[in-house]
Design a protein around this ligand. Sequence first.
Ligand code: HEM
Length: 399
Amino acid sequence: MRFDPWNPEFVAHPYDVYNELRRERPVSFFEPTGQWLIARHADVNALLRDRRLGRSYLHVATHQEFGRPDDPGFQDPFWRVVRAGMLDVEPPVHTRLRRLVSKAFTPRMVEALRPKVARIAGELVDRFAERGGGDLIAEVAEPLPVTVIAEMLGVPEADRHLLRPWSADICGMYELNPSIEAQHTAVRAAEEFSDYLVGLARARRADPGDDLISALALVADEGDKLTEEELVGTCVLLLNAGHEATVNVTGNGWWSLFRNPAELERLRADHGLLPTAIEELMRWDTPLQMFERWVLEDITVGGVDIPRGTEVALLFGSANRDPEVFADPDRLDVGRVDNPHISFGAGIHFCLGAPLARIELIESFGALLRRAPKLELTAEPSWGPGYIIRGLTSLDVRV
Ligand code: HEM
């Protein structure tokens, strides 16, 4: 098999291909997307921190100057939302936007949320166990992070069912060469989501609550620190990034444990291993397989010259199995301590929600281990179509 992100077989098991790439072609050109694939941990890690690359180039050049076509006009509503969030901008705008919300996500601030996260996880798992099981993804993995991030931002309970479909539709644009249908779906979702948030922010401005949208709406009022567009972009990003990968780590993680029964038994016998187990599950089957960067100045990677104006695709899933960094990398080891996995990224865009994601995962895996000590699979799961955002469609289990 070759690197083929549209092939379901590759998506289900990309790791042999990665092993070969790392060994034989650690920096290779991938014709179908015109990107350079970067396979080694050292290179992925270095490029994420290298300011000669960026998530965007629009702060230093126009589309024309980068030899790229203009975005088709129908995509405007999508790009307006996405390019107003911190993930798709570079300093100094990135610094300003990240600073506005970073206080809410520090390890200390989110540690204070742990009892609440534990309560929500406990209630979801109790209900799940009382029914004897079902689809772990729909009933536990999704509602936990969606509820937590929606409560932090102040999205009313009655509207929360809207978040997951909007997010999924928007994320369709993040896959490689999205179809025209996927593009239209993403644009529609971005429009609806931003209309909804504009309305919510206005309501909160008139009647503030103790939540992040109220806080941001008040900042936006003060003048030059945050525009309404940036407020919407920030909230969309937090609501989407705030659950998408966590859902997949929960599903992929349990599936990894079921495929490695000795490690599952080890964890069942010692719940104290949970913190290292969560990191290891994120390494062993990486939820976000690839992130892209634009090359803003000529660079050389592993002896290969990559010119300004090209794009690199950083293979996180490959970096996380690099034998130069991880002993016995293909082995799942829930007690692995030396584990510098790259699943949360690195550099200025390092995941803002990492401390929160860790708490959510430890509490949900912990609740399931305690309440469902014999949890078992009832059907072979299947992978969704996504390669970049890679997760199972469902995970059917019996308690
Ligand atoms: C296990 C779950 C998660 C994983 C694997 C994950 C992974 C990542 C990665 C790899 C990036 C960097 C992307 C890049 O450099 O191009 C990122 C950025 C980000 N993540 Fe997460 N994330 C997770 C959970 C969360 C949660 C719960 C939040 C909640 C707020 C969150 C919010 C963000 C934000 C706001 C950014 C953009 C940061 C910036 O541009 O400065 N993430 N995440």
